[in-house]
Ligand binder design. Structure first.
Ligand code: GTP
Length: 360
């Protein structure tokens, strides 16, 4: 994680968007399975109708099978689209209501509703899926119990109708419960993954990005700058005489100083800048769209703010930082060389008496 708000403009992958894409792919895949399943059942029913001599039923079922096959092919040609589950749902509904009204082969049309339950919940999730299934259940009850419902040619006896509604309702409730627990587990996994990612990229003491994350951000910046021909600047800052501070005031105090310095660096940089703990008492700042002059100015301001921390301790403790600054751009060397340049300048700042910025 990049510290504070500093990750906003860095153009890295968005986990929420990624999760939506995965969910869409899952639904489109489920749509494909539903179509294959429907095709198999419709084909089998058409063959049974044909062998039973019911030509009209067989022809209709073969026609519906052809329609399902066309939908399957066009979905595969079009690629994943948010509309796919809607189209598949509409197709399945047409088939279902045809079978409900006509009775299908040997009056088994109603059985179709059983496969609609997992199908719809898979396609639309437990909330929208249940809403759609309740509407389908209501419409089915209307067809079954409204006296002489127009178009109903099948003959279902009363006990069968009542049992069907009970089975359909129970199946919907159970499937929704299962899907809701799957959804909860998925969300938990998502949250845990985010936490793990954040721990893997954050320095535990200061909350800044760690060295691994800084490298990743630098690679990204370098890649982007190759296309955008932008400039960016690297600052390497190293606390002065930190060993003496540790030795004099203790390690716990040293840790506090590191946290305070991190806060100064974080609080005085822009949202798109990347502030990382590079090593023990060393910090790295990546400043996109900033030239050497701008980077040098910021380093000087940060140097002054870190020095000003000295008076905040009781008794005051001399705190200071030395900065090396280097600029990268589309034609510049790799970030490895850029870092070496910033590092060499930081050492020159140390040699020059510490508590200073070297940018040339
Ligand atoms: N308290 C604390 N100290 C750390 C941490 N990481 C590194 N250090 C200490 O930072 C000190 C760095 O010492 P040196 O590399 O000699 O550098 P310096 O004393 O700052 O001297 P110059 O860099 O030359 O100004 C060492 O004493 C490390 O133990 C940390 O997480 N907490």
């Amino acid at each position: 994680m990049i510290s504070g708000n500093n990750s906003q403009n860095s153009g890295f992958r968005d986990p929420v968007q990624e999760a939506h894409q995965i969910e869409l792919r899952r639904r489109v895949q489920a749509s494909g399975y539903m179509l294959i399943f429907s095709l198999a059942i419709t084909g089998a029913m058409a063959v049974i109708a044909l062998s039973g001599g019911d030509l009209w039923q067989a022809t209709t079922l073969f026609a519906v099978g052809g329609l399902i096959l066309c939908a399957y092919i066009s979905i595969n040609l079009m690629g994943p689209s948010p509309k796919t589950p809607l189209l598949v749902g509409a197709l399945l509904l047409v088939l279902y209501f045809y079978l409900l009204l006509s009775g299908g082969v040997n009056n088994t049309g109603l059985m179709w509703a059983v496969m609609l339950v997992p199908g719809f919940i898979n396609l639309y999730g437990h909330k929208h899926g249940v809403a759609a299934l309740l509407a389908i259940g209501g419409a089915t009850a209307l067809v079954l119990f409204y006296p002489n419902f127009p178009g109903l040619t099948a003959d279902y006896d009363t006990a069968y109708r009542v049992r069907f509604i009970a089975v359909f309702g129970s199946l919907t409730a159970l499937t929704a419960l299962l899907d809701s627990s799957r959804h909860q587990t998925q969300q938990l996994l998502h949250r845990l993954t985010q936490e793990l990612e954040s721990h893997a990229s954050t320095d535990a003491l200061t909350g800044l990005a760690n060295r691994r994350e800084a490298y990743r951000a630098m690679n990204e910046l370098e890649r982007r700058n190759r296309h955008l021909s932008g400039r960016y600047t690297v600052l390497i800052g190293d606390l002065d005489n930190f060993k003496t501070i540790n030795d004099t005031y203790g390690h716990a105090f040293g840790d506090r100083v590191l946290q305070d310095v991190a806060e100064v660096l974080r609080g005085n940089t822009r949202a798109g800048d990347i502030v990382a703990r590079w090593g023990g008492e060393e910090f790295l700042l990546l400043l996109p769209n900033t030239d050497l002059q701008g980077g040098g100015k910021l380093a000087e301001k940060l140097r002054g703010k870190v020095e000003a921390l000295s008076d905040q301790y009781d008794p005051p403790v001399q705190i200071s930082i030395s900065f090396g600054v280097a600029e990268g751009g589309p034609s510049s060397s790799t970030h490895g060389q850029l870092l070496a340049e910033a590092d060499a300048r930081m050492y020159r700042a140390k040699e020059g008496g510490r508590n200073q910025v070297v940018a040339l």
